[in-house]
Design a protein around this ligand. Sequence first.
Ligand code: AMP
Ligand code: ZN
Length: 111
Amino acid sequence: MDCLFCKIINGEIPSSKVYEDELCYAFNDINPQSEKHILVVPKEHICCLNKVDEHNSHLVAHIFEVIPKIAKENGFESYRVINNCGEAAGQTVMHLHFHVLSGSNLGEKLV
Ligand code: AMP
Ligand code: ZN
């Protein structure tokens, strides 16, 4: 499958790994939108939030258990979690991912 994040997960494309376990992988965003910008993705290919259902929602729950651990390990006191679902919402990589943004420049834009 021609998916950028699947290739990152299987090591075909290099990434700056932050965390990994049997279900998910986290790495630094190549184009950070804040001082710290980490992406957390399920290892299973799920194209977007619209494809989360009763069969795979445990992967999302797992990611939301992992995010506070990543935040703690990286010294994030405050952070923002974002998912873009669909092109019009800004999704450019069609493999479910959660942006974890931290730093002093987050501001109060959008939400
Ligand atoms: P989205 O726009 O929500 O689909 O987010 C995709 C994110 O992937 C963007 O923030 C990109 O900067 C990031 N990205 C694209 N290619 C890479 C890469 N090779 N390594 C790390 N992050 C990437
Ligand atoms: Zn994928």
